[in-house]
Design a protein around this ligand. Structure first.
Ligand code: DGY
Length: 412
């Protein structure tokens, strides 16, 4: 049965479709974003499977020769976004950014094929590209056994507390003048600060000045942080790629081995003193010491621990709508500022996928029910204040609509 909200969600996906790719939301994000696009594909799979495969195919068509799948593909010019293609200057035939984003595409492809098993051929064609991307991660971003990011944007959780330590050592004072566009679309109090943007830009300028040499960015660049969120997503993506390849009848091209290797390195992000999975600045060796959203994905990689279950219960009990993106009992918690507190529907879906697989069905269902309530109460926004449900960020958001159709609006 198609409900009014289902129809609205479908209309958002088709309205944000620019022909083969989907923008996260008009205005604020006018290009194709890597992990947004993978969620869009999952959403399309509920009513237009052909379009779902096309979304993934378009994303992977812009893979770099070294295997990296960029975090933004600038299909057509739009002056409403900063930093645009001229700032990145990556020299790609269709301009792209010069960093990547969490590799959720294999996980989405596996679910899409399960719902559309007749398309094994299209899935098989994606496997070598996804495997090349995962191998790129191992070569260009896995250091000390753990998946790292060289830019906070690479994590997708731009202003999370995870990067504060590492970013304090990035000099943002020489970036020159620039005009942000995001705060023209969304209230500045819900976005990263100017000091953060200066440093984001300094990191882009470093990559550009070093010819976007991805290995050098990890080994010599200003920032290298081991990220629990990316680690868990990559492990899950390798597991899912192996399963996708098996279902499509092709080789997994080493995906199973990569998952194994990554699991062996997980000790590097366990903060034993604090008792949680934690981001670690590999330039200094210091943990962030803050329980942040990356840790909520541990179950996705089969890395749940009793301590994490207690943290999750405490975090859920201290907000009205799960899941806060940082420990809500901390004085630094900001309920409406992007990744420093708000609940994100798509992220809840990802966390719930792991919780369900780990046998924590009640927690997964609470996440779903809370996400359903947030969307029913506030609409298809980018994120929400977890204390009172106030919608925040961009509206008519693609991945919020997608997870309504796939999960949040599907009942228990
Ligand atoms: C932004 O511009 O806000 C993005 O998160 C970068 O990917």
């Amino acid at each position: 049965m198609v409900t009014d909200l289902d129809a609205r969600a479908r209309a958002i996906l088709t309205g944000n479709d620019r022909g083969g790719y989907t923008v996260p939301t008009a205005g604020l994000y006018p290009f194709q974003w890597n992990w947004d696009s993978a969620f869009a594909a999952w959403g399309f799979s509920t009513f237009d499977p052909d379009r779902a495969w096309t979304e993934l195919e378009t994303l992977l068509a812009h893979q770099w020769p070294d295997g990296m799948v960029p975090h933004i593909v600038f299909h057509r010019d739009d002056r409403g976004y900063f930093p645009g293609p001229d700032v990145w200057d990556t020299g790609r035939p269709v301009p792209t950014s010069g960093i990547t984003q969490p590799p959720v595409a294999a996980t989405m492809a596996r679910m899409i094929l399960a719902a559309d098993p007749g398309q094994a051929g299209r899935a098989a064609a994606l496997v070598p590209k996804l495997a090349a991307w995962h191998r790129w991660w191992m070569r260009a971003r896995v250091r000390e056994g753990v998946a790292c990011v060289v830019h906070p944007w690479e994590s997708g959780r731009d202003n999370a507390f995870d990067w504060d330590g590492g970013m304090a050592n990035v000099d943002g004072s020489e970036v020159g003048t620039y005009q942000r566009r995001d705060t023209g679309h969304v209230d500045a109090s819900m976005r990263p600060t100017k000091a953060e943007y200066d440093r984001y830009l300094a990191l882009v300028q470093w990559g550009r000045a070093h010819g976007w040499d991805q290995v050098r960015m990890a080994d010599e660049g200003p920032l290298l942080v081991a990220d629990p969120g990316t680690c868990f997503i990559l492990i899950r993506a390798c597991d899912d790629l192996a399963a996708l390849a098996a279902a499509a009848g092709v080789s997994d091209e080493g995906a199973g081995d990569m998952a194994h290797e990554l699991r062996a390195g997980l000790g590097g992000i366990w903060n034993a003193e604090a008792g949680f999975w934690d981001a670690r600045d590999l330039r200094t060796g210091a943990f962030s010491g803050i329980l942040s959203a990356g840790a909520w994905l541990c179950w996705l990689a089969g890395a749940g621990r009793p301590e994490m279950a207690s943290h999750l219960a405490r975090a859920m009990d201290n907000v009205r709508y799960a899941l806060p993106t940082v420990d809500p009992t901390l004085p630094t918690f900001e309920a409406r500022r992007y990744w420093r507190g708000p609940a994100w529907p798509f992220y809840n879906a990802l966390a719930a996928l792991g919780l369900r697989d780990a046998g924590l069905g009640a927690e997964a269902e609470r996440l779903r029910a809370d996400t359903e309530a947030l969307i029913r109460g506030g609409g298809f926004y980018e994120y929400f204040d977890p204390t009172d449900g106030t919608p925040c960020g961009g509206k008519d958001f693609t991945w919020t609509a997608a997870i309504w159709l796939t999960w949040a609006g599907r009942g228990a």
